[in-house]
Design a protein around this ligand. Structure first.
Ligand SMILES: O=c1nc[nH]c2c1ncn2[C@H]1C[C@H](O)[C@@H](COP(=O)(O)OP(=O)(O)OP(=O)(O)O)O1
Ligand SMILES: [Mg+2]
Length: 230
């Protein structure tokens, strides 16, 4: 065994101590300013998913920093509506260094001509709630004698910030069934069975959605954009 290496202790010189002290407040100042993501959504199910999935950034629902307001989703695509929502909230931001993230999403059933699609949130009427929409889609399938049929979710995530506007998409394929099973997730989840499973998203553990839902897939792409904004 060779002679033990002399342990060299770093004795800080006066300059490095001063420099360290000087940098410290500056460094921790820089450390403090984590990028903040403002969610341009009033959907609590989405807020819950985004806040539990995004860990590198501070994630705040826009209604926590300003009075919530009606945003008319007049677009003809998920992308249009996502950008409409993100722009509307970004315009009202005090701190333009924040990044606004919105999500426009929905379920599409090809046998119904792609319904409800971008109208998923108001499928049962402009004042419909999630339960009304779910029950209407179940009833529509029942009226056509359909127990199970292919369907897919689409999520368009828009990012609007000082450096520009971005939009990414994610999809999740599976089957819509003419009944509701389970209470996990939100919206149409109790009637949606993802490919490769026999249970609905209402019955499956929420980690399944985190692994490969339309929103999770779109978020993976949104991360690439967010990293480029740092
Ligand atoms: O993972 C999902 N699991 C189940 N249902 C889902 C999902 N993702 C979207 N959906 C349904 C809910 C709503 O009926 C519509 C979204 O409509 P969409 O306009 O994007 O959201 P929203 O009006 O509920 O809130 P907001 O516009 O403030 O984001 O599709
Ligand atoms: Mg909406």
């Amino acid at each position: 065994m060779g002679t033990p290496k002399r342990l060299r202790f770093f004795v800080p010189s006066a300059q490095s101590v001063a420099c360290g002290l000087f940098l410290k407040p500056f460094t921790c100042k820089v450390m403090e300013k984590r990028l903040r993501i403002i969610l341009a959504t009033s959907n609590h199910g989405k807020v819950k998913e985004f806040q539990s999935w995004i860990s590198e950034y501070e994630v705040v629902a826009y209604s926590d920093i300003m009075p919530s307001f009606e945003i008319d989703e007049t677009g003809t695509t998920f992308k249009d509506n996502a950008l409409i929502k993100a722009r509307a909230v970004y315009e009202k931001l005090e701190d333009k260094n924040d990044i606004v993230l919105s999500d426009d999403s929905g379920i599409s059933v090809p046998v119904l001509g792609g319904e409800p699609g971008i109208y998923s949130a108001r499928y049962a009427g402009v004042h419909a709630n999630a339960k009304d929409n779910l029950n209407k889609l179940i009833q529509t399938l029942k009226d056509k004698g359909i127990a199970k049929t292919p369907a897919f979710y689409t999520a368009a995530i828009a990012l609007v910030c000082a450096k520009g506007e971005f939009c990414v998409h994610g999809w999740m394929h599976g089957d819509a069934i003419a009944e509701a099973r389970g209470n996990n997730g939100f919206g149409y989840d109790p009637m949606f069975i993802p490919c490769g499973y026999t249970q609905t998203l209402g019955e499956l553990d929420e980690s399944v959605k985190k692994a490969f839902s339309h929103r999770a897939r779109a978020l993976e792409l949104a991360y690439i954009v967010l990293k480029s904004l740092k």
